[in-house]
Design a protein around this ligand. Structure first.
Ligand SMILES: [Mg+2]
Ligand SMILES: [Zn+2]
Length: 217
């Protein structure tokens, strides 16, 4: 008699790093005019998309990433990263390499309040791999913020679909790899990350971000 074989990959949910466990952040925005959190995609959004990158030396920031993340934090909004890393499931990336890239991103951009990483492949049927909502929802839970007041900024339709499925708001920052139909389907688009962040801020804060951009030139 043969036993059923165990599945090759045990799907146990995303890797969740950082963040206050179960402790909501202090209420910095009683009028709820600001997002409760901004979650960034990693590859092609915060840093250039190097397929299955496990090398911290290959981490390079996308245009205005530094200013955009700084502007979100200056507004008192917690930041997070939501990233599919199917290279893990494919055997092309180790946990250690994903953590090394994370450290390098944080050296360049400062610490994010939460990282939610999907290490699964498309065939694993997990609930976290974008366009599923699991990464966004897990990050929101970790931060103690409601998904409907959270914004996801990403470079492809998959990021926007994950945001929508989670009940969050999506802002697309297209690259040369973003397909026209993904741009057409997005609820909001911006030319660069700083432009995306400006969409989220009230006018007074927007003006201070505009000055930052001039200084950055
Ligand atoms: Mg991306
Ligand atoms: Zn997953």
């Amino acid at each position: 008699m043969t036993r059923p074989t165990a599945p090759r990959t045990l799907v146990t949910g995303p890797w969740l790093l950082g963040g206050p466990t179960g402790t909501p952040p202090p209420p910095c925005d009683p009028d709820a005019t600001l997002p409760a959190a901004v979650l960034f995609d990693r590859d092609g959004t915060l840093v250039t998309d190097v397929p299955y990158n496990g090398d911290p030396e290959k981490v390079a920031l996308m245009p205005t990433a530094r200013e955009a993340v700084a502007a979100v934090r200056a507004a008192g909004i917690p930041t997070g990263v939501v990233t599919n890393q199917s290279g893990v499931a494919r055997g092309l990336l180790t946990h250690r390499q994903v953590m090394a890239v994370r450290r390098r991103v944080e050296e360049l951009l400062g610490p994010f309040a939460v990282w939610a990483v999907c290490p699964h492949g498309p065939a694993d049927g997990c609930g976290c791999r974008k366009p599923a909502p699991g990464l966004v929802l897990a990050a929101c839970r970790r931060l103690g913020v409601p998904a409907h007041r959270t914004v996801v900024i990403g470079d492809i339709g998959t990021d926007m679909d994950a945001a929508r499925a989670a009940g969050a708001r999506g802002v697309l920052v297209p690259t040369s790899l973003t397909r026209p139909e993904e741009i057409a389907a997005a609820d909001a688009t911006a030319y660069d990350l700083l432009g995306a962040v400006r969409l989220l801020l009230p006018p007074a804060l927007r003006r201070s971000v505009a000055r930052t951009r001039e200084e950055a030139r």
